[in-house]
Design a protein around this ligand. Structure first.
Ligand code: V47
Length: 374
């Protein structure tokens, strides 16, 4: 049936350059760098979307996932100087700077659990005065208070910082975090892997090799993770495809990524001169191309916070099968001008997914079904 559907859709193919790519996808062959660039350059959006949706439905049927979660950002004080970031502050005495104590973090997690959350997603700045114990204790106290909560915490960038603070290897840092209760790593900090782009947008942040090395070590220790790509600023389409191929190669080695999340650049209150939001067309193309290139990554997320509810909903027919979740308190994108709400209600996520013609599934962090809303 799915095969018939895709054959029907392809009757409307307009861009002949897509024919060899369609053949490869139907034959389950891997797409190349050149294929990725061709897909980004096509204006045949409906063929691209149909093809990506075909792959999604082959992998995950009509299911589209959401998670009951809360983001917690313990501090925005950060030693890094990322030009796209409107959230962090290098000056801990600036009026915008904040740091949460343990009680505040526990309060936020408690409120989240009372409202149905199964996951906390914790990321923050590289605080110059915090030591390794402080970061470790955030996980430890959450675990002590909430034994069943999934703690998804600290990007690869933070893990690198903790390794510097503690003089421990990446592996040792991750083992210690795991021992006190860490369950998985979030995907932030990837930006675009291209060194050219990183020199412009994130000159002091770790490079792509360390980012992927940390994720691969985590995977080998039995921790799953997600991975991201920040697009819509100074990068080229070629650099996006190269980024995806590097993720695909790492995933071939370990298989530990659960999901790929394209993050649409938000242009306000930062130091980049790019002042435009990404377009809906670019958001949909980026989701679809990532679905088609990343044949070994189980899920693609349409992060409603950064692309807005409406585009995220359409993206569920362009290769995405996940909407992230309730989030409850989003700061990073909203400091930078995101127009979406800062949180979602479960009922609304269910409605958005149903309207897109998909079956909503409340999942846990690792995509185990909690409830299917047929
Ligand atoms: O690491 C920062 C990005 C990330 C901006 O792992 C920006 O499931 C757009 O990683 N415009 C944090 N993006 C968010 C993130 C994330 C979100 C949802 C789910 C998951 C997951 C991860 O946001 C940062 C950075 O890459 N970011 N500033 C900005 N102006």
């Amino acid at each position: 049936m799915q095969f018939l559907d895709i054959q029907d859709s392809l009757k409307f193919l307009k861009d002949k350059n897509l024919i060899p790519i369609v053949d490869k996808v139907l034959d389950e062959k891997r797409l190349s760098f050149e294929d990725g660039v061709t897909l980004f350059n096509t204006n045949d959006l409906l063929t691209l979307g149909s093809l990506a949706n075909y792959v999604t439905e082959k992998k995950n049927g009509k299911y589209a996932y959401f998670v009951m979660n809360r983001q917690i950002n313990p501090t925005n004080v950060c030693t890094l100087d990322c030009k796209f970031c409107a959230f962090a502050d290098m000056d801990k005495n600036s009026p915008k700077a904040y740091e949460m104590d343990y009680e505040q973090i526990i309060e936020k997690a408690k409120y989240a659990i009372e409202n149905g959350a199964t996951e906390v997603h914790i990321v923050g700045g590289l605080h110059p005065d915090w030591d390794f114990e402080r970061y470790l204790n955030i996980v430890a106290i959450l675990r002590k208070n909430f034994p069943d909560l999934h703690i998804k915490a600290f990007t690869a960038v933070e893990i690198d910082y903790l390794s510097q603070l503690s003089n421990l290897s990446y592996e040792e840092v991750l083992i210690k975090l795991k021992e006190v209760g860490l369950n998985s790593l979030p995907g932030g900090g990837a930006e675009i892997f291209s060194p050219r782009v990183r020199r412009i947008i994130a000159p002091t942040k770790i490079g792509w090799k360390k980012y992927l090395e940390i994720h691969k070590i985590a995977h080998r220790l039995g921790l799953h993770s997600t991975t991201t790509m920040l697009y819509g600023h100074v990068e080229t389409k070629e650099e996006r495809v190269d980024h995806m191929l590097k993720v695909r190669e790492a995933q071939d080695e370990t298989g530990g990524f659960t999901c790929f999340i394209p993050l649409a650049y938000q242009p306000e209150n930062n130091d980049l001169e790019i002042t435009e939001h990404t377009s809906g067309i670019d958001d949909l193309k980026t989701i679809a191309v990532s679905r088609l290139i990343l044949d070994n990554v189980p899920h693609i997320k349409a992060y409603w916070v950064m692309i807005g509810e409406k585009v995220a909903q359409v993206a569920l027919n362009f290769g995405a099968d996940d909407m992230d979740g309730t989030v409850m308190e989003e700061k990073i994108a909203h400091f930078a001008g995101a127009k979406s709400p800062t949180q979602q209600q479960k009922d609304r996520l269910i409605r958005l997914i149903k309207e897109a013609g998909k079956i909503p599934v409340e999942r846990d962090t690792l995509y185990k079904h909690i409830k299917v809303y047929e």
